[in-house]
Design a protein around this ligand. Structure first.
Ligand code: HEM
Ligand code: HEM
Length: 407
């Protein structure tokens, strides 16, 4: 069989590209749907999930992404090949509406071969806490920062573009079957490896009109997605009011309280937006005890990459039943070293914690930062996930703050 196309038939290379990309797409679709519906169930705080569910969703996503990235590579090669080849004309180019539809759908398919995997890939590269691509490259992409809002935007674009692709495939297959079964012409046979050539009509649809039609369809799909609210930023429902302000000798002006968990070998960092600290502190180089601190943290104010909802669920922080975590400690001095020794209560588990920190006091302004590594099992967090590879036991908690001495 000749490798290259002529004006009347497809060559073996075009046919191989065509059926290989069809195979990859028909594999990627069910994997994407299955993985997404399983991930939705896992993220649903009302449904209890195990590490088997998590491992299954991860495998499905990794397979989906790996096949998707393979398709992207095949697509680029296919498009370059198509550009270098003669294109066999349509066999019914003189039937204007049908020919316009067929060519518009071909443009939608070519565009989707790039847009669908690329939006999925950018969504992946911008996200924290993901199922890895099983390729040696591509976990991150150049110019794509880790950003939850960027990742969410591209997740929506991926969703909209895969719907357009699904619609285009349905029309494309229906057209191919109509040619084969009703018109009984050589359109489908000429794409098969055993196939023949066919004589295209002299009249052929305008590429410009078909390209513009495809662009209008993509724009319409994005507009419909916007009207349906798909592009509105997703803000988790506020389950509690903000914490009350507390009396404190030192008023915290600003600060961060973050945690880093390790999911599937990758660090996922998140932070609590709402917490209060009541601090007494008086530097006394001769005394062990220099003050005390009580930190109250609003659990629902945590944002943790793509697994925020999951973290709120009954198996993790159980935010519906335990709205706050509390750390109460004495500020102890050992020479120049400071630490807060006390009890951290998360859910109904109270655990003794020693948190070393550094402090710099200039006039009435104090700057402090510190970190401590906790074992999530001590607090009954993710108790059903016993596999360290899925979710490591150690969780790093870090804080920074600037506080002013109350007058
Ligand atoms: C042939 C190419 C691809 C097709 C046809 C495809 C299709 C799909 C489908 C049907 C879904 C489910 C959408 C839903 O029901 O919510 C999905 C989700 C997803 N896909 Fe793809 N995909 C492709 C390539 C990729 C690639 C290359 C990546 C990343 C490297 C990727 C990453 C994802 C992710 C992360 C989701 C979950 C969406 C979310 O969390 O919002 N996909 N994809
Ligand atoms: C699912 C993914 C598929 C994609 C992305 C796809 C894409 C394309 C594209 C872009 C073309 C135009 C080729 C060109 O002339 O440059 C084409 C042609 C063709 N496809 Fe597909 N296709 C898919 C699946 C299928 C399936 C399942 C069938 C059969 C039922 C099919 C039958 C055909 C036929 C017969 C042609 C030639 C049309 C003609 O000669 O005018 N395709 N395909």
């Amino acid at each position: 069989m000749p490798l290259t196309n002529t004006a009347t038939r497809y060559g073996a290379v075009t046919k191989t590209f065509h059926w290989l990309s069809a195979l990859l797409i028909f594999t990627a679709f069910p994997l994407g749907w299955l993985a997404s519906s399983l991930a939705e169930r896992i993220a649903d705080p009302a449904i209890s999930s195990t590490d088997i569910d998590l491992a299954r969703a991860t495998t499905l996503f990794s397979l989906h992404k790996t096949i998707g990235v393979s398709l992207f590579t095949v697509a680029i090669l296919r498009i370059l090949w198509t550009l270098a080849q003669p294109k066999p004309g349509l066999l019914n180019g003189d039937e204007r509406t049908e020919a316009w539809l067929a060519e518009t759908v071909h443009w939608l398919l070519y565009g989707s071969l790039v847009l669908v995997p690329l939006t999925g890939w950018i969504h992946h590269a911008a996200a924290d806490g993901f199922a890895p691509i099983w390729w040696p490259f591509g976990q991150s992409l150049p110019f794509i920062p880790k950003s939850p809002s960027l990742s969410e935007l591209f997740s929506t674009l991926h969703f909209v573009f895969q719907l357009v692709l699904a619609g285009a495939i349905a029309l494309h297959v229906a057209g191919a079957l109509k040619h084969h079964l009703i018109e009984r012409d050589a359109t489908l046979r000429r794409m098969l490896f055993s196939g023949t050539s066919g004589m295209p009509t002299t009249a052929q649809p305008s590429h410009l009109v078909s390209v513009l039609s495809a662009l209008v369809i993509w724009a319409g799909a994005l507009g419909a997605g916007g009207a349906a609210g798909l592009f509105s930023p997703h803000t988790p429902p506020a389950t509690t009011a903000a914490l009350q302000a507390v009396e404190s000798d030192w008023q915290v002006e600003n600060g961060t309280l973050s945690l880093t968990a390790t999911q599937l070998g990758h660090p996922v960092t998140g932070s609590f937006a709402d917490w209060t600290a009541s601090i007494t502190y008086a530097e006394d180089l001769t005394a062990d005890r220099n003050g005390a601190v009580k930190v109250t943290v609003s659990i629902p104010s945590l944002t943790l990459g793509s697994v925020t909802a999951q973290a709120m669920g009954p198996d993790y922080f159980d935010a519906d039943s335990f709205v706050t975590a509390v750390f109460e400690a004495d500020i102890l001095r050992d020479g120049d070293d400071l630490r807060a020794d006390g009890t951290l209560t998360i859910k109904d588990h109270s655990v003794p914690i020693s948190l070393p920190f550094v402090l710099d006091v200039q006039d009435d302004t104090a700057t402090a930062s510190g970190q401590v590594t906790l074992d999530r099992r001590a607090f009954g967090i993710g108790a059903k996930v016993e596999d360290e590879g899925t979710l490591a036991f150690s969780v790093l908690v870090e804080f920074t703050l600037v506080a002013h001495k109350a007058p």
